[in-house]
Design a protein around this ligand. Structure first.
Ligand SMILES: Cc1cc2nc3c(=O)[nH]c(=O)nc-3n(C[C@H](O)[C@H](O)[C@H](O)COP(=O)(O)O)c2cc1C
Length: 307
């Protein structure tokens, strides 16, 4: 029997990844800490921690709390800012092998556009991932991503400011994620990433104090996987734009679920905190599964759900 090579490429608009598994923003830093622990070269992309124009100090401690089947975080998008990122982090990222996807965040439309312009010229950046879960300071703090028109404005501002492929990461904290997806997809972006964390909180029953310094934080981990899967399914049915799945993915079986729901690629987030090689294990398991199925290409599984 001829052993035909399995094609694991994933196409996200103009971005082509050699493998369909990436790290999720904020859960892998800039890859530095994992370099000696993980076969980073195996991954499709490293998505950086969110980068803002200016450095951000983040929120007061405690910033992390464990929950049943997940965790809450209120890190507050702490990051070194654009200038230090370009100077100190990007050169190392370029050498790691996987595609470099830079996650960006802003308080205003102009922040997003300025970040997109600067990263366009930086060299060695393969795509941008736009975090629209941040509050718009100019419009009363409403998160950009909760309003379809506002979400589309951010997407268009970034799209018009860069030649790089643009992925927009959607928040699940909306009633109708498909409506936001439709509005964002109409701006011609390359991909939609589903989902960011869900807003949540926890209180210590004895002290009466919230477990997070910021009181409310973002829930991630296996607890949110069914929500993320549903979001991918609803969005993939609604738009022609490529969808990337993220939320509670910790093993290859989870990745298969997301591909079947319509994602062309997946990201592994806080599962990495338990096992630094989680993303690589997801990829290896997925490859073995696809070989066992006898398919030629990973893309054959995308949307393969029997309804
Ligand atoms: C500690 C932490 C920091 C995060 N920081 C960011 C960030 O800077 N930008 C972003 O778009 N998402 C951020 N996220 C969200 C993750 O990228 C991911 O969407 C979410 O955690 C769900 O995936 P998971 O359940 O696999 O962790 C962060 C998540 C965690 C746990």
């Amino acid at each position: 029997m001829v052993d035909l090579e399995l094609d694991m490429r994933a196409r996200i608009g103009r971005l082509e990844l050699a493998k369909p598994v990436m790290t999720a923003s904020g859960t892998f830093g800039f890859g530095e800490e994992y370099r000696s622990l993980v076969d980073l070269g195996a991954l499709g992309a490293i998505v950086t921690k969110g980068i803002s124009l200016r450095p951000r100090a983040g929120n007061p401690a405690p910033r992390i709390a464990e929950t049943p089947c997940g965790m809450l975080n209120a890190v507050g998008l702490e990051n070194p800012g654009l200038e230090a990122f370009l100077r100190d982090k990007l050169p190392g990222l370029r050498e790691m092998g996987p595609a470099v996807v830079v996650n960006i965040l802003g308080d205003t439309l102009e922040d997003y556009a300025a970040l997109a312009r600067a990263l366009d010229g930086a060299g060695g950046v393969d795509a941008l991932e736009v975090n629209i879960s941040c509050p718009n300071v100019e419009r009363g703090g409403l998160a950009f991503g909760t309003d379809p028109a506002l979400a589309a404005e951010v997407a268009a501002a970034v799209r018009e400011s860069t030649r790089l492929p643009v992925l927009v990461k959607l928040t699940p904290d909306v009633t109708d994620i498909a409506a936001v997806a439709r509005a964002v997809a109409a701006t011609g972006v390359d991909g939609l990433v589903c989902i960011n964390t869900l807003r949540g909180m926890a209180i210590d029953p004895l002290s009466g104090r919230p477990r997070l310094g910021k009181v409310i934080g973002g829930l991630s981990g296996p607890a949110i996987r069914p929500v993320a899967l549903r979001a991918v399914f609803e969005v993939a049915r609604e738009v022609d734009t490529a969808v990337v799945g993220v939320g509670g993915i910790g093993c290859w079986q989870d990745a298969v679920e997301f591909l079947r729901a319509g994602a062309v690629a997946v990201q592994v987030g806080c599962a990495t905190f338990r096992d630094p090689s989680a993303a690589v294990m997801v990829l290896r398991g997925l490859e073995d599964f696809l070989k066992g199925l006898g398919v030629r290409s990973c893309s054959q599984l995308v949307g393969a759900v029997e309804l």
